[in-house]
Ligand binder design. Structure first.
Ligand code: UDP
Length: 358
């Protein structure tokens, strides 16, 4: 298959601004290449693919980023800036896709979804978030009627945000296992990883660290500086150890030394890449039972699931985290979330779509 991927119109690949989509895109390219498919990627200028993905052709586009939908009101209208990066990527993608089998859009935005029923090329959408915008959700419901196979989701719980999707195509996610080293020892610090933004609920993890009189190691791109500052000022100085945004290799080396990852989403997390990355290093995860984490974590086996926003329960599970065998964590990833497993699911999905267009 010849597949053209459209990246997120928020930040270049490697910037951290695009959140989990950046890693997902790399995992997908890697899985598709290893299955023998031909892949072209349309991405913002300065984007980098991981070294093992050099066989994929990367096309750069310059322009203005979109505003992330989770930071707008649910009923906000669509806005497209002058010299739009999204428009530029779609123009290039459509041109290249004339010679390809399918276009796979990884941006969460209105325009590519609208195009689905208005161009002849098969455009598929890997939806990366829950319902964060009425105008996008309403458009998906309309396009779904005539193009039911063109949408796929990371988790069942994410797809539930779109109740009109009767039989959602669920493809999970995939991780390049060679990039993560299993670490046996579980005596390290508490970890939290993610974009630092309100929907990620960092404050609840800091609460736990503070109660235990420990530091919380925080890795990730600080998207909302005012939010980060507010949390920092709400707890004793030094409770948060800001570790910055690291490459996957640097991150996994340090994360793998941690005793547990706390994952505290305040929104319907579509998947939660950081959970699987921690598990791949052997680090158990305690997360709120909200969105993707509830389908990833095996309660009592690879970590614990806690009722949403129940900080006290979060704390009580940290106190018994040594009951989780770190080997179980790594094994779950190997058996359920490798790039090969992921790419297989994606290929099955894309074949379904292509057959409709024949
Ligand atoms: N991440 C990273 N370096 C860091 C911290 C985070 O590369 O220091 C990446 C991580 O690998 C993950 C992404 O940031 O892929 C966060 O994705 P997630 O799915 O957890 O949440 P999202 O930001 O998409 O809501």
């Amino acid at each position: 298959m010849h597949i053209v991927l459209i990246s997120t119109p928020i930040g270049f690949l490697g910037s951290g601004k695009g959140g989990g989509v950046e890693l997902t895109l790399n995992s997908l390219v890697s899985g598709l290449l290893s299955l023998g498919h031909s892949v072209e990627v349309i991405a913002p200028k300065n984007s980098k693919l991981s070294k093992s993905n050099e066989k994929a052709k990367l096309h750069f586009v310059e322009g203005e980023d979109q505003i992330s939908w989770q930071h707008q009101n649910y009923n906000s209208p669509v806005s497209i800036p002058d010299n739009s990066l999204l428009v530029g990527m779609l123009e290039k993608g459509l041109d290249i896709a004339k010679k390809a089998d399918v276009l796979l859009n990884m941006s969460y935005d209105w325009l590519p979804i609208w195009m689905t029923s208005n161009v002849k090329i098969p455009i598929t959408h890997l939806i990366s978030m829950g319902s964060e915008s009425s105008v996008i959700t309403n458009l998906i419901s309309k396009v779904y009627v005539t193009h039911p196979y063109n949408f796929a989701f990371h988790s069942k719980i994410q797809a539930d945000d779109y109740p009109f999707i009767k039989k959602p195509i669920i493809i999970g996610n995939g991780f390049q296992l060679d990039n993560y080293t299993f670490q046996e020892s579980g005596n390290g610090p508490l970890a939290w990883v993610g974009r630092v933004a309100p929907e990620k609920g960092l404050e609840d993890a800091v609460y736990v660290a503070n109660k235990l009189g420990e530091k919380l190691n925080v890795w990730g791109f600080i998207e909302d500086e005012a939010y980060a500052l507010k949390i920092e000022q709400s707890f004793p100085k030094g409770t948060i150890d800001w570790m910055g945004f690291l490459s996957t290799d640097e991150l996994q080396k340090k994360l793998g030394k941690c005793r547990v990852l706390l994952n505290t989403p305040k929104w319907n997390e579509a998947y939660g890449n950081v959970i699987v990355e921690a598990l791949a290093c052997g680090v158990p995860v305690i997360a709120y039972k909200r969105g993707g984490p509830s389908e990833i974590i095996q309660h009592g086996e690879t970590g614990y699931l806690v009722d949403p926003d129940d900080k006290k329960n979060l704390l009580s599970y940290v106190e018994i985290i040594e009951k989780i065998k770190r080997k179980n964590c790594r094994e779950w990833v190997e058996q359920n979330a490798s790039t090969d497993i992921f790419a297989d699911k994606v290929v099955n999905w894309l074949n379904k779509v292509i057959n409709v267009y024949k």
